[in-house]
Design a protein around this ligand. Structure first.
Ligand code: SF4
Ligand code: SF4
Length: 396
């Protein structure tokens, strides 16, 4: 496992961090035994940075990470977890959340504590005005928090404002070869680095889309260049090629992913790409941008929809139509969002209430885009067809 130094505090961090939001499932619950084995195995193999949050897996991510780190593993790793500002209206509320997190994680300190999903400076200012930021500083003085940071989903200018507003110990941004000019952007990464703020990267595979939803032109460009590297490997290596990145988080869901990522992280040095490899990425990025219609990362922050719309599912099906040029896209859309889902969850179920939009870190105009999805993916017969198919499939 390659390590990179947190230049602000000297911590030696594994370049691969374990994102704890996509643990393996057994039916509708986390497969606990398997997850604990995966976490401990990854520690033995060199991962020492674990990223969770108050509401990942409905709160169960922190508890399970706490269980997995019992018995001596806690001392070998750094825990990052997050305070959700959108759930905090008073300082008391933040204090209760923090105490719950310590209990869940079975620890008396958090190494890296983040304000979760800041989207603009106003969201940070609100935390200052209700006393949360001063309280975090007190916790830091007491040793209950070692580093204060934020995770970010917003525009480049919002990122610049937030970075300038506080002497952050670290920050966490979405970054991958498709998002070089999206959200914080590459210039945000360089800015944070120039200010001496270590950068943790999330969404390196865009919620798996840079693996499973690649256009065939991209897959063939990768394969032509080298048959030995998977799309996931190319995507991770591209990020690690940046010396400004400290840790890349991967939300790993099975043992094979852990194995593959650890193998790649053994030799992914900064500035190691050749001129030819960089040119390959210019080509790949151009193909992807041309084909992606809605920049949804499937983060699920907009969910649940009170009327049952599977928002990321609708966007994923729609994007797949263009990215993968799949001729069966209408059938798949109807099958997954109409017939096999618990209740019809396709775009035309949307009542345009607007609840989802304020939570979208990508600032997607969800209502407008769902109308487009409806227009392009649904015909006038979708409702009767789905009703008949659900009857045949005995879906209640
Ligand atoms: S706007 Fe539509 S998709 Fe969004 S929460 Fe309301 S009904 Fe659901
Ligand atoms: S629409 Fe926005 S909030 Fe919802 S899953 Fe996609 S990116 Fe996330």
């Amino acid at each position: 496992m390659m390590m990179r130094e947190n230049t602000k505090n000297g911590d030696s961090l594994s370049i691969l961090g374990f994102g704890c939001m996509r643990f393996p499932m057994k039916g509708s619950a986390i497969d606990e035994d398997r997850t604990i084995r995966m976490i401990r195995d990854s520690i033995e193999k060199g991962i020492n940075y674990f990223d969770t949050a108050y509401f990942y897996h409905g709160g169960k991510s922190e508890s399970l990470l706490g269980k997995a780190l019992a018995g001596g593993y806690r001392q070998k790793v750094k825990i990052a977890t997050k305070l959700p500002p959108f759930m905090v209206s008073k300082l008391d509320g933040a204090m209760k959340i923090f105490e719950t997190q310590l209990t869940r994680l079975q620890t008396d300190y958090i190494d890296y504590y983040l304000l979760h999903m800041l989207t603009d400076k106003a969201s940070f200012d609100r935390m200052v005005s209700i006393g949360v930021v001063q309280w975090l500083e007190e916790l830091k003085d007491e040793g209950k928090i070692k580093n204060i940071g934020f995770s970010f989903h917003g525009s480049k200018t919002d990122f610049e404002d937030i970075v300038a507003a506080y002497p952050w110990d670290f920050c966490q941004i979405q970054y991958n070869y498709l998002d070089e000019n999206n959200q914080a952007t590459k210039s945000g990464l360089l800015l944070a680095n120039s200010l001496g703020i270590p950068v943790i990267v999330m969404e390196p595979l865009r919620g798996g889309k840079l693996v499973t939803n690649l256009p065939k032109e991209v897959t063939s460009a990768f394969q032509k260049f080298s048959k030995d590297r998977t799309p996931a490997e190319w995507a991770l290596r591209w990020i690690w090629n940046h010396p400004e990145v400290t840790v890349v988080l991967s939300g790993m869901s099975d043992e094979a992913q852990v194995e593959e990522n650890i193998r790649i992280a053994k030799d992914a040095a900064p500035n190691s790409f050749t001129k030819e490899e960089l040119e390959l990425f210019d080509k790949v990025k151009a193909i992807m941008h041309e084909k992606t219609k809605i920049p949804c990362t499937a983060c699920n922050y907009c969910m649940p929809c009170p009327f049952g719309v599977n928002i990321p599912g609708c966007f994923s099906a729609y994007n797949s139509k263009y990215l993968l040029e799949d001729k069966r896209y209408r059938w798949k859309y109807m099958q997954t969002l109409g017939v096999l889902s618990k209740q019809p969850a396709y775009a035309s179920v949307c009542t345009e209430c607007g609840k989802c939009e304020r939570n979208c870190p990508q600032k997607i105009e969800i209502r407008k885009e769902l109308k487009t999805v409806k227009r392009e993916m649904e015909g006038i017969f979708i409702k009767p067809l789905v009703a008949v198919a659900r009857k045949i499939a005995r879906v209640k």
